[in-house]
Design a protein around this ligand. Structure first.
Ligand SMILES: *[C@@H]1O[C@H](CO)[C@@H](O)[C@H](O)[C@H]1NC(C)=O
Ligand SMILES: *[C@@H]1O[C@H](CO)[C@@H](O)[C@H](O)[C@H]1NC(C)=O
Ligand SMILES: *[C@@H]1O[C@H](CO)[C@@H](O)[C@H](O)[C@H]1NC(C)=O
Ligand SMILES: *[C@@H]1O[C@H](CO)[C@@H](O)[C@H](O)[C@H]1NC(C)=O
Ligand SMILES: *[C@@H]1O[C@H](CO)[C@@H](O)[C@H](O)[C@H]1NC(C)=O
Ligand SMILES: *[C@@H]1O[C@H](CO)[C@@H](O)[C@H](O)[C@H]1NC(C)=O
Ligand SMILES: *[C@@H]1O[C@H](CO)[C@@H](O)[C@H](O)[C@H]1NC(C)=O
Length: 643
């Protein structure tokens, strides 16, 4: 068996229409049901400890299939493809909500089923955006509705959830249902209930090394850029202008999840030496669901945030940078991308949100917990900036394909509204975030097979984001003389999705990659059908970024650094377009792949993992370095020519 486990759970459901579970009988009150989703193996951390009490309260959330999602590519190409005459004609939030909401018949038929099974109408509600149906219920009733058995599962940290192994829905309404919670989902990203959560498991946690002061090269010197990356090195490498004019209407956002927290003194220390920014220059802070900022020193709490802001701000100053600080200090229920997406898109939380109480933080938190956010979940309270850079990710296989797909579709909707969404590709080569690989049969745990199948990182595998990988000057290499190679002090993440099909913008690049190179692995290592999304889309310097930390400096390495630096370049391109009376660039990939001349190809290095050398950089797009490293001047020219 070479199907990836969780994909199997998803595709089985699609393939099994007509199949039945047990001995079905179809009566008016008990319609013929078919399996909708099934889990292959319980995650290693979770053990079934007892049946769930039938009388325990349980609210079922039924996510209805949104309309028109199959047209995502057509819609995206219309506003983002350089050959489209509608390039840059972005949608309003209302248009997005109207086009993708669930159909009236989906709502009516799902409600009719619930009523036929004896659910009191007063316990059924439809969300304002008409994409969710909620049923206030009990474990016993839910088990009967879904032909399943609920159990209590416990993980190594003592956290408990109510979940099941598979569930069924009436054959007649199966096509209307995306997924139902709580069912087969587990929190594989859940953090300890007791221990410290300084290091979120979904932060890429860039690796750092101390920089004794005497080792600092001249701050604007380009002599040591192969050892230490500074704003001056990045400007020289990528032709980024130093004297930037502020442009009204331009905006750039960095997203951080508590307890990761920037520290103003650390930024000041960096700006005073490396940034030439006035002391006290701070981001505009949009706090979401508490927006907790910790005082705790150390790279575990400050590293990611300080790194992202030092470079986003230094490269775009005097343009403002917005910090979306998401979540409170409650360790066992930390905020996720979905909590962030709720806050910038009111239609996401009330209509098509993928929020799952097992994975996403659910507010209000108990006010008696110090640092808890006890308010309602924030919904549509901020506008998205034109560019968003996010240096957090997780194994694609950690959550069901259906859950990933909803989140991915939200990035697509942001693209339709003209927002460029950038994610770091990850720092673990072809292995997963924690260095583990999938089992050879594609399943995710319970036995980690570190020699097994490649374990790609989401959201980089979502076709509707721009995934930024890592490069570096070769050892002793010089700016302007030496071509960059794949980052080599750690393996940047790349490869191919097990879930998302190949987007049209990648068709030619993938065909050319496979025609000229044999990656050297068969279907037991990755989906080699040439029909899936490859990542990253590009690469940018990822090693030894000097960063203000705890009153001094440290050098951080990781694609966590590459994404905010590329975001700064996109923000500056937007500034040029806005000055010229045009709109922001929105979803970038169709233009990037149509204009590979904006990049310097990276042809050396590889991204190891799973006991293999992984994938190698080759001429043209490749899963180690994408299209290569960007050049600002060439990007500016291409994007200014577009309408
Ligand atoms: C370059 O940077 C490295 C790392 O900080 C340091 O060890 C080395 O002395 C520097 N070299 C020069 C010429 O500044
Ligand atoms: C940056 O934001 C501050 C505070 O919102 C505002 O006063 C300032 O004008 C902004 N600067 C630019 C260049 O937009
Ligand atoms: C920056 O300002 C703070 C107070 O506003 C001050 O304590 C600090 O010394 C200043 N740092 C530099 C490098 O000037
Ligand atoms: C978001 O942008 C719209 C349109 O520019 C504006 O009307 C609205 O006030 C903004 N909302 C927030 C929360 O800034
Ligand atoms: C880099 O330069 C140093 C000092 O000149 C030398 O010792 C080292 O071998 C060089 N490394 C490589 C990979 O060329
Ligand atoms: C590989 O991806 C393709 C396209 O998404 C899909 O149809 C196929 O089932 C996948 N193969 C495996 C073995 O997962
Ligand atoms: C894939 O390759 C490995 C060795 O590289 C081999 O053992 C295995 O049988 C091959 N699997 C398939 C499905 O071809």
């Amino acid at each position: 068996m070479i199907l990836a486990g969780l994909i199997r759970a998803f595709f089985t459901a699609l393939a099994l229409t007509g199949a039945t579970q047990g001995h079905p009988t179809s009566t008016p009150n008990n319609p013929l049901k078919v399996v909708h989703e099934r889990r292959d193996a319980v995650h290693r951390e979770w053990r079934l400890i007892a049946p769930a009490s039938a009388t325990a309260p349980l609210t079922l959330s039924i996510g209805l299939v949104q309309r028109n999602l199959e047209r995502a590519e057509e819609f995206m190409n219309a506003v983002s493809h350089p050959d489209s005459d509608q390039y840059g004609q972005y949608w309003t939030a209302q248009q997005v909500a109207d086009v993708f909401s669930a159909s009236d018949s989906a709502i009516a038929e799902t409600k009719a089923w619930l009523l036929s099974e004896g659910v009191d109408v007063a316990r059924i509600s439809t969300s304002a955006g008409r994409n969710w149906i909620k049923v206030v219920s009990t474990v016993g009733e839910a088990a009967s509705l879904l032909d399943t058995e609920y159990g209590v599962y416990e993980n190594d940290n003592g956290a408990r959830v109510v979940a099941c192994e598979s569930y069924s829905v009436p054959a007649a309404i199966k096509e209307h249902i995306d997924f139902i919670t709580p069912t087969i989902q587990f929190d594989s990203g859940l953090v300890s209930t007791s221990g410290s959560v300084k290091r979120r498991r979904d932060a890429f946690a860039p690796k750092s090394k101390k920089l004794p002061a005497h080792q600092h090269p001249g701050v604007d010197s380009l002599k040591n850029c192969s050892e230490i990356t500074t704003p001056a090195c990045l400007r020289a490498l990528y032709d980024i202008p130093a004297n930037v004019e502020p442009v009204a209407g331009n905006s750039y956002g960095i997203v951080e999840f508590a307890p990761q927290s920037y520290n103003q003194q650390d930024l000041d220390g960096f700006f005073s030496v490396y940034g030439h920014l006035p002391n006290g220059t701070s981001p505009i802070i949009n706090k979401i669901d508490g927006g907790f900022l910790s005082d705790e020193p150390g790279s575990g709490t400050r590293g990611e945030s300080n790194l992202d802001l030092c470079y986003a701000m230094a490269l775009t100053y005097p343009q403002n940078v917005t910090l979306y600080q998401v979540g409170d200090s409650v360790a066992w229920n930390t905020a996720t991308n979905n909590n962030f997406l709720d806050a910038i898109d009111g239609s996401y939380c009330t209509t098509s949100g993928g929020d799952d109480p097992l994975w996403d933080a659910t507010y209000p938190h108990d006010a008696s917990t110090p640092g808890a956010y006890a308010g309602p979940p924030q919904c549509g309270v901020y506008n998205a900036t034109n560019v968003l850079s996010i240096s957090y990710g997780r194994d694609e296989a950690a959550r069901p394909a259906s859950y990933n797909a909803r989140e991915c579709m939200e990035y697509m909707k942001l693209g339709l509204m003209g927002v460029s969404v950038l994610f770091s590709s990850g720092d673990s080569g072809v292995a997963g975030v924690t260095g583990h690989c999938l089992n050879p049969d594609g399943s995710y745990a319970p036995v980690w097979a570190d020699y097994g199948r490649f374990n790609p990182i989401f959201p980089g595998t979502c076709p509707w984001v721009t995934s930024v990988g890592g490069s570096a000057l070769p050892p002793n290499g010089t700016v302007g003389r030496d071509r960059e190679v794949v980052a080599y002090t750690f393996p940047p993440s790349g490869g191919f999705s097990n879930v998302f099909p190949r987007p049209a913008y990648q068709t030619a690049a993938l065909a050319s990659y496979y025609a000229r190179h044999d990656p050297g692995y068969n279907a037991s290592r990755y989906n080699d059908t040439q029909q899936v999304r490859g990542f990253p889309d590009l690469a940018l310097a990822a090693q030894d970024y000097v960063t203000g930390l705890d009153g001094g400096f440290q050098a951080f390495s990781g694609t966590s650094a590459s994404s905010p630096a590329f975001g700064a370049m996109v923000a500056l391109v937007n500034g040029e377009r806005i000055k010229a009376g045009k709109g922001p660039v929105g979803f970038l990939n169709p233009v990037l792949y149509a204009h590979p001349e904006m990049f310097a190809d990276v042809v050396e290095g590889s991204i190891s993992g799973c006991g293999t050398p992984g994938f190698s950089a080759v001429p043209g797009w490749d899963p180690a370095s994408g299209l290569g490293t960007p050049n600002f001047e060439r990007m500016r020219r291409v994007f200014l020519r577009l309408p």
